[in-house]
Design a protein around this ligand. Structure first.
Ligand code: SAH
Ligand code: SF4
Length: 378
């Protein structure tokens, strides 16, 4: 059954204020509701005991506090978790939680699939693409907090301490909804994850990097992956539109880009492609003058990928050259590989299954196409 009530999750404070005004309620209701929804994680109006019974009854008739449906929840041997969430139109996206001893990062998706086609990325092969709404992004985090049991929002000592936009999609191609979601997540009276603990990763959408810096001020991570335009354009087609020099200019102008808040350059280690000492030295030249640190990501293979990960000694040598030039350059520990939760491996399972069912039918010689692939063809 379709629930036609308005979901309060994902409304900005201004929208929630308008919603209350339309009910003839005063604006202090917004503060109360915000507290219940985002500080306490409550989804049942009946349990919001600081509100009058009459108001709770009226709210429940018109509104709900929703969560995306969980299609799948997997826990890796290393305790990282992956969710496949299903939204109201049936589309799906994945999110990942990477717990450490006393903290943890939640990795959010900003789109279903991605319109970009970086050659090493599984998400980039997904043909079904749409933007996620602010509600759907905030919803991902709410589900994770429900599972971890982290309500009410602890002031410190949280397990879900950091948020990274490194899941499916290019966040800066969905800027408005991403910004709206982040404002909700950063709001000090609710979930209250500070901008210092939020990192947005982009393939390099230059004009939007400026807006992101001015309006959100979160940490910036750039998917660089190559030190020359020739190679980067081959690996990441967006480089043809925003080449390395322009990208570096935007980084230089990013506010707060001083030593305390360095920009992270992500670099996926591809065997024989971008992992030579000459590549490392060129990389040092590219970021010269920038408050930079590197994050070397071992390439995570996925079914059908054309690359291999560089050998460990090769990655070490690469990291060493960057270190000698004065940059931090840890080799990221791959986590959640057994549940395909590692960087760049996310792709909705529904599309994987649909594709394999289609291939199975093809092999069996069945040609009916009532479940056509690519899935967005119908
Ligand atoms: N679209 C954004 C954020 C999502 S991808 C971006 O590209 O930055 C998060 C990180 O994973 C990016 O640095 C991306 O380049 C990297 N990545 C993609 N595929 C990968 C793979 N197969 N192995 C390792 N890292 C990968
Ligand atoms: Fe999209 Fe990022 Fe994957 Fe490139 S690496 S296809 S931008 S999700």
């Amino acid at each position: 059954m379709m629930d036609n009530r308005t979901d309060l999750i994902g409304l900005s404070r201004a929208e929630l204020t308008a919603e209350m005004a339309a009910m003839g309620e005063k604006s202090f209701r917004v503060k109360q509701l915000w507290h219940w929804i985002y500080y306490r994680g409550e989804t049942d109006f009946a349990a919001m005991t600081t509100l009058s019974k009459e108001f709770r009854r009226k709210l429940a008739g018109l509104h709900r506090v929703g969560r995306p449906a969980v299609s799948e929840h997997q826990v890796s041997r290393d305790r990282s978790m992956k969710w496949l969430l299903r939204f109201e139109d049936g589309k799906e996206a994945e999110s990942v939680f990477l717990p450490e001893e006393d903290r943890g990062a939640f990795c959010m998706s900003s789109q279903v699939g991605c319109t970009l086609t970086c050659r090493f990325c599984h998400t980039g092969t997904q043909t079904l693409v749409r933007n996620l709404s602010a509600a759907e992004m905030v919803g991902q985090l709410m589900v994770a907090r429900d599972v971890i049991g982290e309500w009410p929002s602890p002031p410190d000592g949280r397990m879900l301490s950091n948020v990274v936009l490194m899941g499916m999609g290019e966040p800066l191609f969905n800027y408005d909804q991403v910004a709206k979601a982040l404002h909700i997540i950063m709001d000090g009276e609710g979930i209250a994850v500070s901008k210092r603990r939020i990192t947005l990763s982009t393939s390099g959408v230059v004009p939007m990097i400026r807006r992101c810096g001015a309006e959100l001020g979160v940490n910036l991570a750039i998917s660089l992956h190559a030190a020359t335009d020739e190679l980067r354009s081959r690996l990441m087609p967006i480089n043809k539109k925003y080449p390395i020099a322009e990208l570096m200019r935007a980084c230089r102008e990013y506010p707060g880009a001083h030593n305390a808040r360095r920009i992270t350059f992500e670099y996926v280690m591809l065997k024989g492609v971008n992992d030579s000492p000459a590549d490392a030295r060129e990389l040092v030249r590219v970021v010269r003058g920038l408050p930079a640190k590197f994050n070397l990501i071992p390439f995570n293979p996925w079914p059908g990928s054309e690359f291999e990960c560089s050998a460990p000694p090769v990655m070490k040598r690469f990291s060493g050259i960057l270190n000698d030039a004065g940059y931090s350059a840890p080799i990221r520990v791959t986590r959640g590989a057994d549940i395909m939760a590692a960087c760049g491996q996310l792709k909705s399972a529904s599309e994987r299954q649909r594709k394999s069912r289609y291939l199975a039918r093809l092999e069996a010689g069945i040609e009916d196409d009532h479940e056509a692939f690519p899935p967005n063809a119908n």
